[in-house]
Write a protein that binds this ligand. Structure first.
Ligand code: GLU
Length: 521
């Protein structure tokens, strides 16, 4: 059953058509304030909302809570959206291009809606205008501090008579609107924490819901929007749990049915201390720039936060977003602080590389990714080895060893991609090189075996081992330093090693023989 409500605002030509659903569709929202970049905590909140929505065939909404205009950071909303999309969180309804029938999805564009809604509370006596000056409020605060009491508004304007109110209004005294905060004795049935109880009126005076500048405060806008956007479940950080009582009182004052609430515990370092910059209290972009896959980050967050059958993370494995959403169970989300161990994040990244190599399609995409990475790293290099088979075999070799794909283009592995051009040695003859190529073509390609093969060859040909190594290093990489030669050969793989030695036979030995002649002269 749909109840369609139209709010036609006289002072604005906009007509907001608001559908209030009482159907069974699950609707969740992520409601960040655009005051900075998306952090791991924000990603966790968005992710659990998203997983729940997908698990329940529901909708995931993005609402921008920008009513505190003093804290806005230009470009933060766009960056936030980009980070969410990078993480694989699809927005069903939200600002701009995302659309949806419950917009606008940016609170600063909904001020008329809040002003219209607050009339209901003024009319039914659950809210009132407060004409107290900033000076009086400041004095109250100071007095409370002096008396070692919790500073709170003394609810003075609750008791103004009709006449007093009208006098203030006639004088155009500036006012804000406050909500009458009553005792709330019932516990909240938190979907994650179970039954919890906070009595806000013990610690707070009546809260402001519409400020003097006519902007709503977070609590009011949040409740009005969750209701009008037909949000069925609110999953947010535990720091908001204490506010939930206030929100429930607002729902009651409106006569609205509240959504269900679940609060997500704190994210902490592996040792239980406050999340440090190094361990995760940093923008998602930082992880992205470092070379983590979105899947790794998502698995990292949920492995710490829970929400899955126990066996899910008992074996090291990375799960796709759809695998995660299918198995997600909100009741299994941990209510104790979620400990983040950065080493686990690296493990997930390695596992993801392995997983990508298991399917032909993802492997092809990865090869393309590496090709682009090489081109970006060596923009002026004309002699790059971009052969697909070569890249594939390097990836296969690296699968168990690499944390980041981008490590493949680190300077110490440049020999993998930049083909040597300056082979210039006088210690190996053409015959010796040809023999070596034959031996190597048959050799088993692992570091230890290659070392033995090269030792035997040096004895057989009566070449000093270090001299042979120097020649081979130059032939294979054109470099004077780098990993051990046998290791380098193992990484390059048999085909490329043979090819590079053959290249030397074609071009390089001529140089060396010419050199020999020059030396003899
Ligand atoms: N705007 C609040 C925040 O930035 C949203 C809290 C909530 O989800 O209700 O975290």
């Amino acid at each position: 059953m749909h109840l369609i409500k139209r709010i036609i605002n006289k002072s604005s030509p906009h007509i907001f058509i608001i559908k209030r659903l009482s159907s069974s569709e699950v609707r969740v929202r992520f409601a960040p304030s655009p005051t900075g970049y998306l952090h791991l905590g924000g990603l966790r909140t968005a992710l659990y909302n998203y997983l729940y929505a997908k698990n329940q065939n529901g909708k995931f909404l993005l609402r921008i809570e920008d009513t505190d205009q003093t804290r806005l950071v230009p470009g933060a909303m766009e960056a936030l959206i980009e980070d969410l999309q990078w993480a694989g969180i699809d927005i069903d309804e939200g600002p701009g291009k995302f659309g949806g029938n419950y917009g606008p999805y940016i609170q600063s564009q909904r001020t008329k809606i809040y002003l219209d809604s607050v009339k209901t509370l003024l009319d039914n006596g659950t809210a009132y205008r407060c004409f107290c000056t900033e000076r009086r409020l400041d004095l109250l605060r100071k007095e409370a501090v002096r008396a070692r009491q919790i500073p709170k508004y003394d609810n003075k304007c609750r008791h103004l008579t009709e006449k007093q109110i009208n006098e203030h209004l006639a004088k155009q005294t500036p006012f804000c609107i406050r909500f009458k905060l009553d005792d709330y004795e019932e516990p909240i049935n938190d979907l994650i924490y179970g039954s919890v109880h906070h009595n806000v009126s013990d610690n707070e005076g009546d809260p402001v819901i519409i400020k003097t500048d006519q902007f709503p405060t977070y609590h009011f806008a949040n409740v009005v929007d969750d209701h009008l956007m037909a949000v069925t479940h609110v999953f947010r950080g535990v720091e908001w749990q204490i506010s939930t009582t206030k929100h429930l009182l607002l729902y009651k004052a409106f006569g609205w049915q509240p959504p269900k609430f679940g609060h997500l515990p704190l994210l902490v370092n592996a040792d239980g201390t406050k999340l440090s910059k190094r361990q995760g209290d940093i923008g998602i972009k930082h992880f992205r720039d470092k070379g983590y896959f979105p899947t790794s980050l998502v698995n990292y967050v949920v492995s710490a936060g829970g929400g899955f059958p126990h066996e899910q993370f008992s074996k090291p494995k990375v799960y796709s977003m759809s695998e995660l959403s299918e198995k997600f169970n909100i009741e299994k989300v941990n209510s104790h602080p979620s400990r983040l161990n950065p080493l686990v994040l690296d493990d997930f990244n390695r596992l993801h590389i392995i997983k990508l190599l298991e399917s032909e399609t993802s492997k092809t995409a990865l090869v393309e990714n590496v090709t682009n990475l090489i081109k970006e790293t060596y923009p002026n290099e004309s002699n790059l080895d971009l052969n697909t088979n070569h890249i594939r075999s390097v990836l296969q070799w690296s699968a168990q060893r690499l944390t980041f794909v981008k490590d493949l283009t680190s300077p110490k592995l440049s020999f993998l991609w930049v083909k040597p051009t300056n082979f210039n040695q006088k210690d190996l003859t053409t015959d010796q090189l040809e023999t070596l190529v034959k031996i190597i073509t048959k050799a088993e390609f692992n570091k230890d075996n290659l070392n033995n093969v090269l030792k035997d060859f040096s004895k057989q040909e009566n070449i000093k081992f270090p001299v042979l190594m120097k020649c081979l290093r130059s032939a294979l990489s054109g470099l004077k330093e780098g990993p051990g030669v046998a290791e380098m050969m193992e990484i390059l793989g048999q085909q490329v090693v043979v090819q590079r030695l053959k290249d030397v036979l074609e071009n390089g030995t001529k140089t060396s023989e010419t050199k020999k002649a020059e030396n003899a002269a």
